[in-house]
Design a protein around this ligand. Structure first.
Ligand code: AMP
Length: 460
């Protein structure tokens, strides 16, 4: 099947051709036709399957066929993402695929000045890609409203739950208007995610491109049993012996990630860490350097690495095993993307053996157990000293103070929303406008808009 057979408008096909995308991926083949009909969708798909284009392309097509001024202080489409990195990535995809359409795309997430976002949103925006915390912050400050949303996407729902976004999501659900189209994506669909989906979706079409909790088939998965204290020596050997183009090294904690980076620095190996204690600037720099191949190793915690789309990740190294099997699936999904082969190597300490068992049970894959390398004890004895911790915190005092202030405001907002029934009622009232479910296209159908897509909205 070709993209040209899906009934997408000309400007979108032109953008796809510019990116050299000819064939839709399986999730795109399944999702795009039903989304073009205006149906709700529940998709089980991991990052790397092309799910961003699966929801971006039909949405852009809808805007191409149904031009309208942007609502004041609002948006026509809202995409929620668990992390800033994923939000930025999704926004970029919308800009790429929508480059021949005059649509505005803005990101809304923490870690960057809120005033700039307030200004950007004041005239109304076509597409907003947001993380839940900052979105609610803006709504609570009455700088933004989602009551005019025509298309709503909840991406990486399982990660949202893991990150504790359940209450913010419930608030968002109450503020959204009726009659909108809803898209819900999750890599896994346990019961609690299904319950969350039910709050947003209306008679959805279900599509799935990977059975629940199965791991990427093209990833060679192996594990080595090793003492926690000796993992650095094993890492040193693995990095020397494996042919690594680019590797993501996972730890469970932020401090663990920093420790690994300091050890690697001490061994003269360049690496960046990416985790929640890093400022947005540091996270962006690290990711950019990794993407551009300036640094081959990125040490990450699960949350920070979620949704990262970097091609050419040859290896995923689990320096520490995740205690939730789904996280393992997400981690190894970072490699073997776009048809490439990948390697996932897990270092398993004694106390992590139950985690390994749980992973094997959930994925129904038995990992190859690789013995410790022959020169291992020698590597332990000659382990380079870690570099001294960098002076000062990973964020400047000003950044830390700002972050604390942001968190305080967000928590206050949440408390106010919980404590003031008037607030809750008003939110519900906004959503309950009884608007009929909208039709996808104007009477002209697909062909009527070909080559004639123009914004009629106020100039921005
Ligand atoms: P995603 O799962 O949305 O993160 O997409 C994974 C990667 O596949 C991204 O780099 C996309 O740009 C790319 N991609 C998406 N759809 C296609 C396609 N039909 N053909 C080739 N590459 C694609």
């Amino acid at each position: 099947m070709e993209f040209t057979e899906l009934g997408l408008s000309e400007p979108i096909l032109k953008a796809l051709a510019a990116k050299n995308y000819a064939t839709p991926t399986p999730i795109q083949q399944k999702a795009i036709p039903v989304l073009l009909e205006g149906r709700d969708l529940c998709g089980i798909a991991q990052t790397g399957t092309g799910k961003t284009a699966a929801f971006a392309l039909p949405s852009l097509d809808y805007f191409a066929c149904n031009p309208k001024p942007t609502p004041k202080l609002g948006c026509r489409m809202l995409v929620l993402s668990p992390t800033r990195e994923l939000a930025a990535q999704i926004a970029q995809s919308f800009r790429d695929y929508g480059r021949f359409l005059k649509l505005s795309v803005e990101t809304v997430f923490g870690g960057v000045p809120i005033n700039k976002q307030i200004r950007a949103l004041s005239q109304g925006v076509d597409i907003v890609v947001a993380t839940p915390g900052r979105l609610l912050d803006l709504i609570d400050q009455r700088c933004f409203t989602i009551k005019d949303t025509e298309i709503f996407v909840l991406d990486e729902a399982d990660q949202m739950m893991d990150m504790g976004f359940i209450h913010p999501l419930k608030r968002v659900a109450k503020m959204l208007p009726q009659g909108r189209q809803n898209l819900f994506f999750s890599a896994t669909m346990p019961k609690e995610i299904e319950a969350l989906a039910a709050q947003f979706l209306n008679d959805p079409v279900k599509v799935s491109v990977a059975p629940q909790s199965t791991t990427a088939e093209r990833v060679r998965q192996q594990a080595t049993f090793v003492n926690q204290a000796e993992k650095q020596a094993l890492l040193h050997i693995v990095l020397k012996t494996e042919e690594i183009d680019r590797a993501l090294i996972f730890t469970r904690t932020k401090h663990g990630a920093d420790r690994v980076v300091r050890f690697l620095e001490g061994a003269g190996i360049d690496a960046f860490a990416i985790h929640g204690n890093k400022s947005q600037g540091q996270r962006t720099t690290a990711l950019q350097a990794f993407r551009q191949g300036k640094v081959k190793l990125l040490v990450a915690t699960d949350i920070a690495a979620r949704g990262i789309d970097v091609s050419g990740v040859s290896h995923v190294i689990n320096f520490e095993i995740p205690n939730v099997p789904e996280q393992y699936v997400h981690r190894i999904g970072r490699t073997a993307r776009a048809g490439a082969e990948g390697v996932a190597i897990s270092f398993v300490a004694d106390d992590e053996r139950p985690y390994l068992k749980a992973i094997e049970k959930a994925t129904r894959v038995k990992l190859d157990i690789a013995p410790l390398p022959e020169n291992f004890m020698e590597a332990v004895r000659n382990l380079p000293k870690p570099a001294a911790p960098k002076k000062g915190p990973s964020q400047s005092p000003a950044q830390q103070a700002k972050r604390a202030e942001g968190q305080r405001r967000y928590q206050d907002g949440q408390k106010a929303a919980r404590g003031a029934p008037g607030n809750a009622r008003r939110s519900e009232g906004e959503g309950a406008n009884g608007a009929p479910r909208r039709r996808r296209r104007g009477g002209g159908g697909v062909g009527a808009h070909k080559g004639a897509v123009q914004r009629t909205g106020a100039p921005r």
